[in-house]
Design a protein around this ligand. Structure first.
Ligand code: MYR
Length: 131
């Protein structure tokens, strides 16, 4: 269900979320218009994700339940894993610089992919449409 190419359509509270993450204003302004596009290929419990934005183009491979490393566009390093619960993907990551958790969820709602983020009491969403 997650397979395909998804383009960000809109975000909710993302600016506040990035502020809570400690991202400076200039980067937040740039990130608000990052044209994020993700291509997800799931085969069983293995995922291949292509991420492209105004910041970078990268490819990530991970297996459900297996810890991997991921760096945010600003260089912040995370370590953690995705798990699938029913139709929901739940990611639990830890910031390597301060040990604090960042959790994220992907779910399909109608014809949209909704990704929610939570860090230090601030929640945000980015909503993607198929492209
Ligand atoms: C993927 O499945 O796309 C790769 C792994 C993603 C790991 C966690 C994503 C958290 C992103 C938080 C973005 C917040 C930027 C301030």
């Amino acid at each position: 269900a997650f397979n395909g190419t998804w383009k960000v359509d809109r975000s909710e509270n993302y600016e506040k979320f990035m502020e809570q993450m400690g991202i400076n204003m200039v980067k937040r302004k740039m990130a608000a218009h990052d044209n994020l596009k993700i291509t997800i290929e799931q085969t069983g419990d293995k995922f291949h994700v292509k991420e492209s934005s105004t910041f970078r183009s990268i490819e990530i491979n991970f297996t459900l339940g297996v810890t991997f490393e991921y760096s945010l566009a600003d260089g912040t390093e995370l370590s953690g894993a995705w798990n699938q619960e029913g139709d929901t993907l739940k990611g639990v990551f830890t910031r390597k610089d301060n040990g604090k958790p960042l959790t994220t969820i992907r779910i399909i709602q109608g014809d949209e992919l909704v990704q929610s983020y939570s860090y230090e009491g601030v929640d945000a969403k980015r909503i993607f449409k198929r492209s």
